[in-house]
Design a protein around this ligand. Structure first.
Ligand code: FDA
Length: 316
């Protein structure tokens, strides 16, 4: 029998790429209020204020200027410039010291999917963002998007790491290939964020069953924790968080040699608990007005998130 939550998830992930639905939802008067639960704000000031609160509470931050699937070069340059402005503002506010606040970048937002020279444009834009991060004394992590971009993204990460060895990459446990990618990347100095994966992917490349995804996550985590790199455990899943802690102990890893990561607005109490227990706990903070794709993926992950949105719509 088909699991209704799988149908809902696949449907929402399908809608996350629909331009028509995007217009309707973005223009609904309720949307901006609801979005506040998962998005730190539209402008740099609101983002800075959210990040300042997190850092004062003992957490770390990685900031995503929202946007993806850029279709023209000027928009890719606009996104790059937004990151440059953000990094200067973070540094001026003293938030980048010791890499406490860093940035996360989607390559499709800085040009990767442009039909002509997309990869080169994305690499050039990402390189400028890395230069600005270096000047600010912090790091950059390159987000991972759907499987058609994995090879291109990892190729760009490798090129960036030749000049900026601290550039982080994301690997998605739902892809069949990821355990092997973890082996390749579990090397000295490498920062790898392991997540389950948030896109609609075919059976030919990705596990569809949640239990299979979780098992793959544990296998990948073992490789990363046993390796010489810096694992970044990106999950809200209590069982995986516990397993990550046990694997870290087993491999004699100290608290500063790996970190936990969660999304802004999700399980804030657990974020505080982990930080108070002495762990590195980094929060992924999205901001900006292009929140549609991000919000739809959050709804697809959890029926309760969808209900929250529906209730808000109904109450207007
Ligand atoms: P999952 O969604 O399966 O939830 C497992 C359990 O966690 C639930 O059963 C519940 O117990 C708990 N939980 C989850 N949400 C909760 C909530 N709202 N309230 C209370 N409990 C909750 N993806 C991607 O494809 N590319 C990327 O670059 C990134 N980047 C990224 C960065 C960071 C820092 C994070 C945390 C995540 C990503 N992701 C991502 C998203 C990731 O792939 C995944 O879709 C989400 O993290 C959801 O998966 P979970 O591991 O949290 O488990």
């Amino acid at each position: 029998m088909i699991d209704p939550s799988t149908v809902l998830r696949q449907g929402l992930l399908g809608l996350s790429r629909s331009k028509q639905v995007r217009q309707v939802i973005e223009n609904a008067p309720v949307s901006r209020d609801v979005v506040r639960r998962f998005v730190a704000g539209v402008g740099t000031d609101e983002c800075l204020s959210a990040v300042t609160d997190l850092l004062h509470g003992g957490r770390l931050a990685t900031i995503d200027f929202l946007g993806e699937d850029t279709t023209d070069q000027s928009h890719a340059a606009y996104t790059r410039d937004a990151y440059l402005t953000l990094l200067t503002a973070l540094s001026d506010a003293g938030l980048t010291a010791d890499g406490k606040a860093e940035v996360s970048v989607k390559l499709s937002a800085v040009g990767q999917s442009l039909p002509q020279d997309g990869e080169q444009i994305a690499l050039d834009n990402a390189r400028q963002i890395c230069e600005a991060a270096k000047a600010a004394g912090t790091t950059v992590t390159i987000d991972m998007e759907d499987h058609t971009t994995t090879d291109s993204t990892l190729g760009i990460v490798r090129e960036l790491r030749a000049d900026f060895p601290w550039v982080g990459a994301v690997l998605q446990a739902y892809l069949h290939r990821t355990e092997a990618d973890c082996r390749d990347f579990a090397t000295e100095g490498s920062r790898i964020r392991l997540c389950k994966g948030a896109y609609k992917e075919p059976e030919s490349v990705a596990y569809q069953d949640k239990i299979e995804v979780d098992k793959s996550y544990v296998r990948c985590l073992k490789v990363l924790m046993e390796g010489a790199g810096y694992p970044m455990v990106a999950s809200h899943d209590p069982r995986l968080i516990e397993i990550a802690g046990s694997l870290a102990d087993k491999n004699l890893r100290e608290a500063g040699s790996f970190e936990f990561q969660m999304l802004f607005g999700i399980r804030p109490d657990e974020q505080q608990r982990l930080a108070a227990a002495g762990h590195q706990m980094r929060v992924y903070v999205p901001y900006g007005d292009e929140w549609y794709g991000y919000l739809m993926r959050r709804m697809a992950e959890r029926p309760a998130n969808t209900m929250f949105f529906m209730r808000a719509l109904a109450s207007k």
